[in-house]
Ligand binder design. Structure first.
Ligand code: HEC
Ligand code: HEC
Ligand code: HEC
Ligand code: HEC
Ligand code: HEC
Ligand code: HEC
Ligand code: HEC
Ligand code: HEC
Length: 447
């Protein structure tokens, strides 16, 4: 397109001309048809107009996205978020980094809520894992693997400086995780698909579990118009972002461990408590003698486990309140208790498997790796654990244990049973067989 033509076209009203097909390349798709009523409703500052004029050529679909956003109607233009210091291809390095602080200037409420929730800690918790730095940096700081999802966590100025020094130029905004740039649409954020990219797959397949549960199926049918608009059908947001609250947290959390001041809670099943201690030892939070380690501070800082009964009960009450909007109290209570009971029973299986491998360390069949603090399996080394038997333990914990209890809470029978419980039984059988074989080989070797 000729640069000289642009101002003329603009004065004629660009959207109209685009739709008449003057620019063959751009067309008149979704972006422009869902745009606020007319071009007239778009408000832009003087400097913002300069950005638009040039970016219509370089990044036309970003401009279209913005034009379709509520921001375009309230004079929040390119320069409101990216600053006004870059005005040509020669000074692109002058573009201001957009972070959650940029949004906070105008959306303090959502920022404050978000900052108190677990999403804000996502970058820190990823970095806290003991072998994160062993992976290709593309997968971490390059935001392709772990970092691709955990980038929604807040980063310090120092962290952003370091990332930029390594060549990263995006992934700093946090707030674009559910309402993506440059539409920043509240409608998009309200749909369960907004969560799907991250809450899926190996160790947290909430998308798969939800979308095939009765809850998800009803939501899909409602959107298709097969069920009436009034049909009750919860989304992820109904249960986890009550009244649009951006502070997300659940009672059990990802790892489903609670420490409650490192003692059994009143009336608790004695065996369950012992099993949980074994799991906390394998998470490196308690040492093999059962005393708290330095890692407990890391876990506390990243809010990975509920440390008090109050914090657990607070989240549980909120959730019960949501279920009770559609179900009876007794039904809701009963369903959540089944989830708790599944955790008790999968903890039994986990503790047995951990104890078998800890025994191999104790009896010198397995040697302590140099980077391990204790001669004990370490679940947080993930797939970087040193032996096949420990790798099987990792899969049992992070893949199959997760699916068993998450499937129960998300009303998905197949995830609870076949992808969860059944797989854990198979893991345990195999770990037992591997351990026996290792012991036999060890005995032979030392004869
Ligand atoms: C004269 C043309 C021109 C003007 C005016 C202009 N830009 Fe750009 N801008 C560019 C070009 C060219 C690029 C690089 C595009 C590419 O890499 O494909 C760019 C890149 C960017 C980027 C991406 C930077 C990155 O690291 O990926 C942002 C954000 C941006 N511009 C915002 C603005 C804003 C805000 C304004 C107005 C204050 C503005 N631009 C004005 C031409 C311009
Ligand atoms: C409400 C804030 C906001 C407004 C307004 C805004 N941007 Fe952005 N922009 C962002 C965010 C957030 C990112 C992603 C930053 C990151 O990943 O670290 C981004 C990234 C970009 C990028 C680089 C990423 C890519 O996909 O290529 C370009 C180019 C860009 N914006 C151009 C523009 C232009 C042009 C406008 C005006 C039409 C604009 N932006 C308006 C917030 C905004
Ligand atoms: C300069 C002020 C300003 C900045 C900066 C800003 N916004 Fe907005 N935003 C507004 C205003 C004003 C509205 C319209 C009124 C409202 O909904 O609060 C709005 C609306 C929204 C909406 C609702 C859109 C809809 O579909 O109803 C979302 C979501 C949003 N902004 C997200 C963001 C995000 C994310 C950022 C940072 C990347 C950001 N905003 C930066 C002022 C701003
Ligand atoms: C597909 C997106 C995705 C990828 C890739 C990913 N994670 Fe996560 N991670 C998540 C989600 C979502 C959660 C929360 C799940 C839940 O609570 O069920 C999570 C939870 C965690 C937690 C627990 C946080 C807590 O407070 O409970 C840690 C630690 C973690 N991830 C580290 C990593 C590391 C290290 C990697 C790479 C080896 C990684 N993640 C890869 C999305 C991802
Ligand atoms: C986990 C997904 C998610 C993230 C991350 C997220 N939002 Fe939202 N946002 C939502 C949802 C869902 C809604 C709709 C809430 C409702 O139903 O009213 C929303 C609504 C909004 C609105 C519109 C509020 C209104 O009443 O119209 C603004 C503004 C907003 N978010 C800003 C932000 C800012 C700023 C951040 C970063 C600090 C952020 N969001 C991060 C999911 C998210
Ligand atoms: C009907 C309500 C409901 C819906 C819908 C729902 N969840 Fe959940 N979710 C729960 C309950 C209940 C728990 C367990 C709460 C507890 O620990 O007490 C949970 C737990 C979680 C957890 C923590 C780990 C886990 O899985 O147990 C994450 C993360 C999560 N949900 C994400 C999602 C996502 C993403 C969606 C949509 C794809 C979704 N949920 C849909 C009710 C729901
Ligand atoms: C960009 C990736 C991403 C998106 C999109 C995303 N999440 Fe998350 N979510 C995460 C990560 C990563 C964590 C773990 C945070 C941590 O390390 O503490 C998490 C944690 C959670 C938790 C807390 C679980 C616990 O430990 O108690 C809930 C609940 C949750 N997300 C719900 C949602 C919902 C609902 C949506 C959609 C509206 C959503 N998330 C969108 C990545 C994402
Ligand atoms: C917005 C309404 C709504 C909310 C909130 C809601 N549900 Fe449901 N739930 C339904 C509907 C409708 C069905 C489908 C009933 C059927 O299968 O006949 C259903 C089905 C179920 C089922 C499948 C078993 C069955 O036949 O009833 C379970 C389990 C369940 N819900 C548990 C919960 C729990 C636990 C919560 C809270 C964490 C919850 N629901 C929140 C509406 C809701």
């Amino acid at each position: 397109m000729s640069r000289r033509l642009l101002p003329v076209l603009l004065s004629l009203g660009l959207t109209g001309l685009v739709c008449l097909g003057v620019f063959g390349v751009i067309g008149c798709g979704e972006g422009s048809s869902s745009a606020p009523d007319t071009q007239a409703s778009i408000k832009v500052s003087e400097v913002g107009q300069k950005c638009l004029d040039c970016h219509r050529e370089y990044t036309p679909n970003i401009v279209l996205d913005w034009e379709g956003s509520v921001h375009a109607t309230v004079e929040v233009d390119c320069s409101s978020c990216h600053g006004a210091d870059h005005t040509s291809s020669a000074d692109i390095h002058e573009v201001k980094t957009v972070t959650a602080d940029t949004c906070a200037v105008c959306h303090q409420t959502q920022f404050d809520q978000f900052s108190k929730g677990k999403h804000a800690l996502a970058w820190a918790s990823m970095k806290a894992m003991p072998t994160t730095h062993w992976k290709p940096m593309e997968l971490i700081d390059g935001m392709k693997g772990c970092g691709g999802c955990h980038k929604l966590g807040l980063k310090s100025e120092e962290e952003i400086r370091e990332l930029k020094a390594q060549g990263s130029n995006h992934g700093f905004a946090s707030c674009d995780a559910c309402h993506t740039r440059h539409t920043f649409s509240v409608k998009e954020a309200r749909e369960p698909e907004a969560c799907a990219t991250c809450h899926m797959g190996f160790d947290h397949p909430q998308w798969e579990m939800y979308s095939t549960s009765k809850h998800g199926v009803r939501h899909a049918l409602k959107r298709d118009g097969k069920l009436p608009e009034s049909a009750a059908a919860p989304t992820c947001q109904t249960c986890h972002m009550i009244d649009g609250d951006h502070e997300v947290r659940t009672a059990w959390g990802f790892l489903a461990v609670r420490t409650d001041g490192l003692a059994p809670y009143p009336g608790e099943d004695e065996e369950w408590w012992k099993d949980r201690v074994t799991i906390l030892q394998a998470l490196g939070v308690l040492d093999p003698e059962g005393k708290p380690t330095a890692r407990l501070d890391v876990v506390a800082a990243a809010d990975v486990a509920r440390l008090t009964k109050e914090s657990f009960d607070h989240e549980r009450e909120k959730m019960l309140g949501v279920c009770s909007d559609c179900h009876s109290d007794a039904f809701a209570q009963g369903e959540l208790e089944k989830g708790d009971q599944i955790i008790r029973q999968i903890d039994r299986l986990m503790a047995e498997a951990i104890t078998i491998i800890a025994g191999l360390y104790k009896d010198g069949v397995l040697e302590k790796p140099e980077n391990y603090a204790y001669p004990f399996p370490d679940l947080l080394t993930f797939h970087d654990s040193p032996t096949p038997i420990e790798n099987r333990l990792f899969t049992m914990h992070l893949k199959h244990r997760m699916r068993a209890f998450q499937g129960t809470f998300h009303a998905n029978p197949d995830y609870a049973l076949w992808y969860g419980w059944s797989e854990m039984q198979q893991d345990l059988t195999e770990i037992k067989a591997m351990a026996e074989e290792m012991r036999a080989r060890h005995a032979q070797g030392s004869q």
